[in-house]
Design a protein around this ligand. Structure first.
Ligand code: SF4
Length: 506
């Protein structure tokens, strides 16, 4: 056997490590002869660039093709996001195509059992049930529920079919449960939709505060970039502020645990300290910040008929300071369980004029019963200090899924949305009708249900057909037992499965 050159040796070592890590995590996974042949050097691969579709980080991957078939993967060294790295999910993206448990056929429930049928038969059944249901119960008796894993073309077709052809705005996605808080946070704090920071901030920040964000496991490539900075600059600090201990906690300089939902009190207490210690950046606040107040109590808010409109009312700096006076670190400590000394220490990191601070968050703040408000409160910290929109200073809401909000924005996969517009706006309806090639009258000008309301309607029987794609709400919805009951009842009544799982082998 000939001795490999240095480049081949490094390549094989990297692939072997990824393969070993993957098999340790997924013992049932067959890594396949493809990897074996690649490691043995017999494969003649053509490498193609692609984005990783697993999460919202946006890493660039190189996929190795042999005779047109994907057989290997590695991080793209030219990608500015991951610079040649990938996490175990990215490394497994090729193996996932060939998993033994991957569904490759349509399944239809008959007599309580799922049976395999030809895809055409399953699609004909879906079409027949759609027609039958709308004819009997009206357009709004059918719905589609997708996810942030929907590509833009997937969402385009869903939106066109349901809004443009079937005439119902019953189109929602699981992005409603997470990134809606983030978007409403952007809109209410800044009047513009999109995150404030960029990944390059990681290279400049001195302190990272992770608000309920297990980045070591959920955004591992970005987390490794933070660890790299700490290695290069030992004064860099990573603070894990969370409700549970995770792998991020073990790697952080401090793990600060607090009671669920108490992050709002902690954020207000940090602002209280910033004001009390005179750390406010007066120039920045005077030039760029205005003060508004909204509701502070919306009750439980989770009943079927709960609605509220948070209409902001202009207020003053003095009134804001009076509001903050109720959130001393001691009071926030009572609410959160996080000691007042820790809250003061955290505030001092934010307040130190010599340190650049990036706050990262994702589902911990966004999938929250007060998600928009807690987004607003973290922005308040950065706005008071003027630590925003400069290298290393960022309040940065991360995304979990690759198209969590992108698809909604681009093609309108929320009940109120249209491609780059809203159903209530005549011009937006005309624009959507034009690109879909449907009469404008087909598009209903009234939104129907947000995601949770849609499942409540399913439970009540108002919605009688729901097509669920690329998400598993019967595992992930809050208050799940109620909807599981609805789904079981519905599935029994119609003898049709709710989800159509398909995968195309390459
Ligand atoms: S961090 Fe996300 S985008 Fe990057 S490789 Fe992992 S799963 Fe893919």
């Amino acid at each position: 056997m000939s001795c490999p050159d240095r480049r081949t040796f490094l390549k094989r070592t990297a692939m072997a490590s990824a393969a070993a890590a993957a098999s340790a995590l997924f013992p049932d996974l067959v890594l396949g002869e493809e990897i074996g042949r690649y490691l043995g050097g017999s494969a003649d691969l053509v490498w193609k660039k692609t984005p990783c579709r697993f999460c919202g980080v946006g890493c660039g991957l190189l996929v190795g093709l042999e005779n047109g078939r994907a057989v290997a993967v590695r991080g793209d060294p030219d990608s500015l996001v991951n610079r040649g790295l990938a996490c175990v999910k990215g490394y497994l993206s090729v193996q996932a195509l060939y998993g033994r448990d991957r569904l490759t056929r349509a399944m239809v429930r008959r007599d309580g059992r799922l049976v395999a049928v030809p895809i055409q038969e399953a699609l004909d059944l879906v079409a027949a049930k759609l027609r039958e249901t709308t004819e009997q119960y009206g357009n709004d008796s059918v719905a589609i529920y997708g996810s942030g894993q929907w590509t833009i073309p997937d969402g385009y077709v869903a939106s066109k079919l349901f809004k443009g052809a079937l005439g119902t705005n019953n189109v929602e996605a699981n992005a409603r449960l997470c990134m809606s808080s983030a978007v409403t946070g952007f809109m209410t704090s800044f009047g513009l939709d999109e995150p404030m920071g960029c990944y390059e901030d990681i290279d400049h920040a001195d302190v990272f505060v992770l608000w309920g964000n297990n980045m070591a496991e959920m955004h591992p490539v970005l987390f490794s970039r933070m660890l790299e900075q700490r290695q290069k600059r030992p004064d860099v600090k990573i603070i894990d502020l969370a409700t549970r201990t995770t792998r991020t906690s073990y790697a952080a300089d401090r793990s600060l645990l607090f009671a669920p939902q108490a992050d709002l009190a902690i954020a207000n207490a940090i602002c209280h300290e910033i004001v009390a210690r005179n750390w406010v950046n007066g120039d920045f606040v005077q030039k760029h910040v205005s003060f508004f107040k909204g509701k502070t109590d919306i009750g439980y808010g989770l009943s079927d008929d709960a609605t509220f409109v948070d209409e902001p009312e202009e207020t003053t700096w003095e009134e804001y300071v009076r509001f903050l006076s109720a959130y001393t670190p001691e009071r926030a400590a009572e609410i959160s369980g996080l000691p007042a000394a820790d809250i003061r220490w955290l505030a001092s990191l934010y307040g130190d004029p010599a340190r650049k601070v990036t706050s990262f968050w994702c589902m911990g703040l966004n999938q929250h019963t007060r998600g928009t408000w807690v987004n607003n409160l973290v922005y308040n910290i950065h706005l008071l200090l003027g630590k925003i929109s400069s290298p290393g200073n960022s309040p940065f809401s991360l995304t979990g899924q690759p198209s969590a909000c992108g698809t909604v924005r681009e093609v309108g996969t929320a009940t109120h949305a249209l491609p780059h517009g809203t159903v209530t706006n005549q011009e937006d309806r005309e624009f959507a009708a034009g690109i879909w090639g449907v009469p404008v009258e087909s598009i209903d000008p009234k939104p129907t249900h947000h995601a949770i309301s849609m499942f409540r309607a399913l439970d009540r029987g108002d919605i009688r057909f729901m097509w669920i794609q690329v998400t598993n709400p019967m595992v992930t919805l809050p208050h799940l037992n109620r909807y599981r009951g609805a789904e079981r009842g519905w599935a029994r009544a119609t003898e049709t499965c709710l989800a159509c799982h398909l995968a195309k082998p390459l």
